[in-house]
Design a protein around this ligand. Structure first.
Ligand code: VAL
Length: 190
């Protein structure tokens, strides 16, 4: 079984602080939509160049410059460029808060961190981070003090949300639909 791959947008809390217009967002690619309810950060490469460029709807999206044409197409207007190091600890609106609230983590600050494991061979150069589901994710959480939530139980079933009790990957379809409803789904590839 193949996981669907999706591009989602995480809106910046304070785009003006980076000189960006309202609605500016990190563009994030993942092949594991079922882990998005446990997102708590995004990873960027410190040495990559990132741009904020306008998509077809005129929304400013941040992604690695090397992936700009592939993802946004030819001729996307670039508003600004940044070095990865300029995009550290940038707070964004999380896709989901439920699991973190239920675990008594309160409202952690969902934010970006830097790590050299981030690649630009596919995706957007911005990696969705869910610490319990990857070694690299866990390292980012440790380095930035992000909370860790193990969102699935020993049987591989979700512990939170409307898909509580559903086998992890079987929730992909529901979660993708839910992401559309939340207005954070940018593109689905299958
Ligand atoms: N970082 C991975 C991903 O983007 C997982 C482990 C959350 O799919």
């Amino acid at each position: 079984i193949q996981d669907p791959s999706v591009y989602v947008t995480f809106a910046l809390r304070d785009p003006a602080a980076l000189g960006l217009p309202a609605g500016a967002a990190f563009l994030v690619w993942t092949t594991t939509p079922w882990t998005l309810p446990y997102n708590v950060g995004v990873a960027l490469h410190p040495d990559f160049e990132y741009v904020a460029a306008l998509d077809k709807d005129g929304r400013a999206l941040i992604l690695a410059r090397s992936l700009l044409t592939e993802v946004l197409g030819e001729g996307a207007e670039v508003l600004k460029s940044f070095r990865g190091t300029e995009l550290e600890r940038v707070a964004y609106e999380p896709p989901y808060t439920e699991a973190y609230e239920a675990e008594g983590e309160g409202k952690p600050v969902w934010m970006s961190g830097l790590d050299t494991y981030v690649s630009d061979s596919d995706g957007t150069g911005i990696v969705h981070t869910a610490p319990a589901f990857g070694e690299d994710d866990m390292r980012l959480a440790r380095n930035y003090g992000l909370p860790v939530i193990v969102g699935v139980d020993a049987e591989g079933k979700h512990r939170f949300g409307p898909w509580k009790g559903v086998f992890f990957r079987d929730a992909n379809t529901d979660i993708v639909r839910d992401l559309r409803g939340r207005g954070v789904m940018w593109k689905e590839k299958n």
